[in-house]
Design a protein around this ligand. Structure first.
Ligand SMILES: [Zn+2]
Length: 456
């Protein structure tokens, strides 16, 4: 029998190794990976190149519906497709999903607006913890929780946090927690504003290391005692990772999210770049040794997966007011796969590690595996073709996100994505996305379980 598609001549890279093999696809799914040549209706020759599963980005903000002047689903997912991300999990603070009706409306709104497959996360509001179970059963991927009021989302104090984590543990859900201490950031803000400070360095003083570490200590403790499956968002430094490691030693099921900005941007850049380096927690690295320490945490498995925390604004939006008024966040979907491939080309990690950190591990964490995060029989035929000899000097003009700039402009990334396939269809070639809008909503594991209950 002949397959729909054969991706031939490449080296297939999985989380545990690589081999020369052809990938056979039928009906959007991988049916076989084999060195044997078989008939296929279409052939995609990738001789000399690597074939990896599509990347899975579990922390993405596309502002849609919401402040779409910053980003929207069509544009953000074009950036994702162009640079090898085939699945995202999205949530937008300005238009949060807090009820089943919100989720239903958002899924309807996003029909034919996405170039990649997507899950949706919900926000945890302190006075709406009772709604979490129904949201999980309706198919959200995870619950976002803030410990400090940020981007208009109210922070949860210790009591509300305990209540939310207990509830989520009770129905087997999972959450992503943004950790900064409310009282410490609020006091620092008052102090800095009273002093009339508007220079870029107010960001690391306002969003201090101590405020982040204090919140992580509290959260890690409650994760251990409630038994919830949780992830600490955007771990900014080895000190934060150390707190997570100690909580794991006490049995906490605590993942640790890594983002490129804590490996490649420096704390003092905010002095020169001001709002263009305003994100929180801010960059902490001060030296090459600090950057190396972050890579050590990846190699030791302390940091469990990468994501972008893609939260773009245009240059004009960033620089319209003073540093206090500027929106937080960086664009990232255009650059995260190239950043990781570049790290592999410099032996900071292997291509197998890239598969683990930006595909398999997030897919497993968020219930998308083995449909996503894996290239093997039965999984979706989401794959990226990688050419190790490619070089890309990042330029603002290349950025597809509505941000239209990148903090990595001017840097050369070695190794690039030459094609991206979603369920066996080519959705981007040589960094140019095709506008198929064929991305589908992926209901979370809570909804799948609910269906099994209904269909005995
Ligand atoms: Zn975020």
């Amino acid at each position: 029998m002949s397959a729909d598609l054969a991706v031939t001549g490449g080296t297939v890279v999985g989380s545990r190794g690589r081999r020369s093999a052809h990938v056979y696809v039928d009906d959007g799914k991988v049916v076989d990976i084999s060195p044997e040549v078989r008939p296929a209706r279409r052939t995609f020759d990738v001789t000399g190149l690597f074939v990896l599963p599509g990347m899975v980005d579990s922390h993405v903000h596309l502002m849609d519906p919401g402040p779409t002047e910053r980003e929207d689903f069509p544009t953000g997912t074009r950036a994702a497709a162009a640079r090898g991300v085939t699945t995202i999990v999205e949530h937008t603070h300005a238009n949060p999903v807090r009820s089943v009706a919100d989720l239903t409306a958002k899924v309807e709104h996003l029909a034919r607006r996405s170039n990649v497959d997507f899950g949706l996360a919900a926000h945890t509001w302190p006075d709406r913890i009772g709604d979490l179970a129904s949201l999980w059963e309706a198919g959200v991927t995870f619950f976002k929780i803030f410990t400090c009021t940020t981007h208009g989302v109210p922070g949860l104090d210790r009591d509300a946090l305990h209540e939310a984590l207990s509830a989520i543990a009770g129905f087997g859900g999972t959450c992503l927690i943004h950790c900064e201490d409310e009282a410490m950031t609020a006091a620092a803000e008052r102090r800095l504003r009273d002093a009339g400070r508007t220079d870029g360095f107010v960001i690391p003083e306002w969003r201090s290391r101590e405020a982040e570490e204090t919140a992580v200590v509290v959260v890690a403790d409650l994760v251990a005692t409630t038994g919830v499956r949780a992830t600490i968002a955007h771990v900014s430094s080895p000190a934060v990772a150390d707190i997570i490691e100690r909580a794991r030693a006490r049995g906490a099921d605590l993942a640790a999210e890594a983002c490129p900005q804590y490996f490649a941007l420096r704390e003092d850049e905010v002095i020169e770049w001001e709002a263009l380096r305003k994100f929180t927690p801010p960059a902490r690295a001060r030296s090459d040794a600090d950057e190396q320490a972050m890579w050590d945490l990846v190699r030791r498995g302390v940091l469990t997966h990468f994501s972008t925390d893609h939260a773009p604004s245009t240059r004009e939006q960033k620089l319209a007011g003073d540093i206090w008024e500027a929106p937080f966040g960086l664009p990232g979907l255009d650059t995260t796969t190239p950043f990781l491939l570049n790290a592999a080309s410099h032996s900071l990690l292997t291509l197998e590690d890239v598969v683990v950190m930006y595909s398999e591990a997030p897919a497993r964490r968020y219930g998308l595996y083995p449909r996503k995060g894996r290239l093997g029989p039965g999984s979706d035929a989401d794959m990226i073709i990688v050419d190790e000899t490619r070089r890309w000097t990042v330029a603002d003009d290349d950025i597809i996100s509505k941000a239209a700039w990148s903090p990595y402009a001017g840097r050369e990334f070695a190794g690039g994505v030459t094609a991206t396939l979603l369920r066996g269809e080519v959705i981007a070639v040589d960094g140019i996305p095709r506008d198929e809008r064929s991305g589908r909503f992926l209901p979370g594991p809570g909804r799948r379980r609910q269906r099994e209950k209904e269909e005995p």
